[in-house]
Design a protein around this ligand. Structure first.
Ligand SMILES: [Zn+2]
Length: 43
């Protein structure tokens, strides 16, 4: 599980609360809060 503020690396992460996909395009980018439900846990 990844949380908002982690730098998980490039890839697609899925909000555990609502299923929204969040794409990280740079290894330096932090996971945002979910744009749909403001959730902070991703897989
Ligand atoms: Zn969500």
């Amino acid at each position: 599980m990844k949380v908002t503020g982690d730098r998980p690396g490039k890839g697609t992460y899925i909000c555990m609360a609502c299923g929204k996909k969040v794409v990280i395009e740079s290894d330096d980018d932090k996971l945002p809060v979910c744009p749909q439900c403001k959730g902070s846990m991703f897989q």
